[in-house]
Design a protein around this ligand. Structure first.
Ligand code: NAD
Length: 374
């Protein structure tokens, strides 16, 4: 992992012990939060498809925060965003100047939305700049990088959250509730998949940038859903056994160093079992969790909206928010304002990377059963 080195970081941390730097950063964050009853400022790092299509629009709907800056390789794009969202041009940074956010009290939260391999360096640079961090999924390309991100945020005294929007989606929340409800749960069998065909060569099919193929990008949603349905958190007290098989490549010339698709099984300590799949060749978006006393089925399961959900009692009709992302980002802003833990912390992103690494390891060993503690 390439760690950011910048004059700002050196001048800010230079001469301070790690403990003193932590205190300085922590008290700075607290002072900003308590002294100014204002909407927190969010800076988006990376203005690609997800920022443009989802996060920018979501930040128009949030109550506790607003878009206050951007980090982008394109000054022109930054100027357009500044005009569109009404933040000053001084709040436009590029990837070399982003450490200077340390001097910008208008930015409280940095949201990392760059390709996966860049998440660690951007999240760590944001933490060193004293900003609370939301990092998109997957948290990083390895557990080791997740550890580095967690350590940096701990030392900097900032909060770290992962962009797991479905934890804030009422129908997924209902699945988690049903799993805990003795009248329904625990669920015993889960199944599902998230897959879509990729035809264009983009960073998502380069191992160096993406860390892997569809598992890193969309399969991780199935990992999340299975853990939600099994009631597994990130406390280090649960054991999951993984077996995985890579799909034979139908386009080996396209999927050079990443998988085209994967099937995998997750067996939980209570006997529950999840059969899951992901692919960049086929299409699928569904998830089902079933126990002896009830079931819930999603199709589509993981989209930004329009989920269709049925349970053993019939269609699930619960009000859903206009934007999953607005609820997710607002919740993190409230965690910062109230100094309380987020329900989607960096530790949850790290848990999923432990599982993802085991899936790849099992697939490489042609389906060897691998147990992990999460
Ligand atoms: P994208 O390719 O559309 O955008 C990536 C952005 O990163 C671009 O603006 C690009 O210019 C910038 N970038 C900076 N350095 C780069 C480099 N060296 N190479 C390539 N691009 C570079 O991707 P996206 O769809 O916006 O995805 C970004 C992140 O958000 C990914 O980690 C992805 O997994 C995540 N994501 C999450 C969701 C969700 O539902 N939570 C949805 C989509 C994407």
């Amino acid at each position: 992992m390439k760690l950011p080195r910048s004059p700002s970081r050196r001048s800010f941390l230079g001469g301070l012990s790690v403990g003193a730097a932590t205190l300085a950063l922590a008290s700075r964050s607290r002072a900003q939060v308590t002294a100014e009853p204002r909407k927190l400022g969010v800076a988006l790092i990376g203005l690609g498809g997800y920022s443009q299509g989802q996060l920018g629009p979501a930040l128009r709907l949030t109550q506790h925060c607003k878009l206050a800056g951007v980090v982008t390789g394109s000054r022109e794009k930054g100027l357009l965003w500044a005009k569109e969202f009404g933040f000053p041009e001084k709040n436009i940074y590029n990837y070399d100047t982003m450490a200077r956010m340390v001097d910008n009290p208008e930015i409280d939260i940095a949201y990392v939305v760059t390709p996966n391999s860049l998440h660690p360096q951007h999240a760590i640079a944001a933490a060193w700049a004293g900003k609370h961090v939301i990092c998109e999924k997957p948290m990083a390309n390895s557990v080791a990088d997740c550890n580095a991100m967690l350590a940096a945020c701990r030392v900097a005294g900032v909060k770290l959250s992962i962009g797991y929007r479905l934890h804030f989606e009422p129908q997924h929340q209902e699945m988690m509730r049903m799993a805990r409800d003795p009248a329904v749960g625990p669920f015993r069998t889960m199944s599902g998949g998230l897959a879509f065909p990729i035809r264009r060569r983009v960073w998502r099919v380069e191992k160096k940038m993406a860390g892997g193929g569809p598992l890193m990008d969309v399969g991780i949603y199935c990992v999340q859903a299975a853990c939600m349905a099994a009631g597994v958190g990130h406390g280090g007290d649960a054991t999951i056994a993984i077996t995985a098989r890579e799909h034979p490549k139908t386009r080996p010339e396209f999927f050079l160093d990443v998988e085209e698709g994967l099937d995998w099984t997750m067996e939980f300590a209570n006997g529950a079992r999840a059969e899951l799949m992901t692919s960049y060749e086929q299409g699928m978006d569904r998830f089902r969790a079933e126990g002896p006393k009830g079931w819930i089925e999603f199709a589509p399961a993981f989209a930004y909206g329009g989920l269709k959900v049925t349970t053993h009692r019939g269609p699930l009709n619960v009000p859903v928010p206009q934007s999953q992302q607005a609820v997710q980002i607002d919740d993190f802003a409230r965690c910062v304002l109230d100094d309380k833990p987020t329900r989607v912390p960096g530790e949850l992103g790290r848990r999923d990377m432990i599982i993802v690494e085991a899936i790849y390891k099992s697939a490489a060993a042609r389906g060897q059963r691998i147990e992990v503690k999460v």
